[in-house]
Ligand binder design. Structure first.
Ligand code: SF4
Ligand code: SF4
Length: 425
């Protein structure tokens, strides 16, 4: 079958070799067969089991990415691929889109429901910003490198036309309109240095604690992630206290932070001591190696792996699962394996007769709980979503099962590096 190429030893996701058939129903059945044959549908584990077992996978939609059409479809595809958690912006419409995507996936095949996580920040943070510029200020002869470099297709520029529909032919000629599509910009900043005229600015923001508390009262949010600089705990304490009792129903609280060298462990301990009195659920440390760079290439994952190696060896770190992020891509598992930090088992080893075999494991038995994929995960599926929308103008990927099959093949190739899905014989 086409998906026999998903091997847990693969370091580069192979391109799916799929023969597409004209019948949509047949393609939808292929989607069901693919999920069923890999055992994803029969998994009864909770995401916590995945963390204990070292094969947790989180999809990062992006703390600032707010294109609800893409978010719904990404959530659908990665739910079918068996992710444990979907992390999104702390915005009501975005949370709705994630839950719609999960529901649509489970209407196709009965798979486990991933946890829904919202991301907030305690202070200025790279993940919480938007680029902006006035296209009317752009010189007419600019070759628009900003548009080319943007990984999110968040910049759209075109020549302004007269009201009669013609290009201007006076001194207005070449004037641009459009600019940054705010809902698609996730703040990576790559457009800024390539602008030869220094026209691009960034607008940073902090998610409001009161609005976050209100959102957290909703039952369909399972987890919270706090992005922090790792250099201080003042703002962290303020946010944590501001959330009040709205955190009590959560199943997981994650803290995302970069490597800040010698003070990393002491700051982690300080943050844990702030959380501990009101922490009634599992906690996780998201190691943000090289933020928002997983789509760039093989080398991007080195920093997150190096960060993980250092923290996994630190006996004085506070309790909580460790999970990689920031630069993660199809090469991350290979990087962990080199250091003996990837010890997950295949689906069949973990689930005998539909029963989880991980009950006896302690929460820290797997040195690394798992991996979160952001830019890379969005890139490999996003190009299929773009092709579908260009061809059909559709907003729901299940309406075009051939595209859904392609997108799922890409998602499985990535998620499968961690989950080690069994290849059907
Ligand atoms: S900051 Fe990144 S996502 Fe936003 S417009 Fe610039 S390149 Fe695109
Ligand atoms: S690169 Fe700078 S000047 Fe050129 S179109 Fe983009 S924002 Fe405008």
């Amino acid at each position: 079958m086409a998906w026999s190429c998903f091997s847990c030893t693969a370091s580069i996701p192979p391109q799916p070799r799929v023969n597409f058939r004209p019948s949509s129903q047949k393609c939808l059945q292929d989607v069901r067969n693919m999920v069923t044959s890999l055992g994803i549908h029969s998994i009864r584990s909770s995401p916590v089991d995945s963390l204990r077992n070292g094969n947790w996978v989180k999809l990062i939609c992006g703390a600032s990415f707010e294109d609800v059409v893409d978010i719904r479809n990404l959530s659908l595809v990665y739910t079918l691929a068996g992710v444990d958690c979907i992390d999104c912006a702390a915005d009501e419409s975005v949370v709705n889109a994630v839950n719609q995507g999960i529901k649509a996936a489970r209407d196709i095949v009965e798979v486990g429901r991933p946890w829904v996580m919202i991301s907030v920040n305690d202070d200025e943070d790279l993940h919480f910003r938007k680029a902006e510029f006035d296209p009317a200020d752009c010189p007419q002869d600019c070759s628009r490198p900003c548009e080319i470099v943007c990984p999110a297709n968040a910049i759209s520029l075109e020549e302004e036309k007269s009201s009669a529909g013609h290009l201007w032919n006076n001194n207005e000629e070449g004037k641009k309109q459009g600019g940054v599509l705010t809902e698609r910009c996730y703040g990576c900043g790559r457009c800024i240095p390539v602008c030869p005229y220094d026209k691009i600015r960034v607008h940073t923001y902090v998610r409001d604690a009161a609005a976050t508390s209100e959102l957290l009262r909703r039952e369909e949010i399972d987890a919270l992630e706090i992005h922090t600089s790792g250099r201080q705990t003042l703002h962290f304490r303020s946010l944590w206290e501001g959330l009040g009792d709205t955190i009590h129903h959560l199943r997981l609280v994650a803290v995302s932070f970069p490597d800040v060298g010698d003070s990393t462990i002491s700051t982690m301990n300080a943050m844990y001591s702030i959380m501990e009195p009101r922490l009634r659920c599992f906690n996780l440390w998201q190691l943000d190696g090289r933020p928002m760079s997983g789509d760039i290439g093989r080398g991007a994952t080195r920093e997150s792996v190096a960060f993980a190696v250092r923290l996994a060896a630190a006996s004085d770190r506070p309790r909580g699962f460790l999970q990689l992020a920031g630069g993660t891509n199809a090469h991350t598992v290979a990087g962990l394996k080199k250091h003996g930090l990837f010890q997950t088992k295949s689906v069949s080893e973990n689930f005998k007769d539909g029963q989880s075999m991980v009950g006896s494991l302690g929460p820290l038995d797997a040195p690394i709980g798992g991996i979160a994929y952001g830019g890379y995960a969005r890139k490999v599926v996003g190009r299929i979503l773009s092709a579908m929308q260009s061809q059909h103008g559709l907003t729901c990927i299940e309406e075009s099962p051939d595209y859904l099959f392609k997108a799922l093949a890409e998602a499985l190739a990535l998620v499968g590096t961690v989950k080690c899905y069994d290849v059907p014989s």
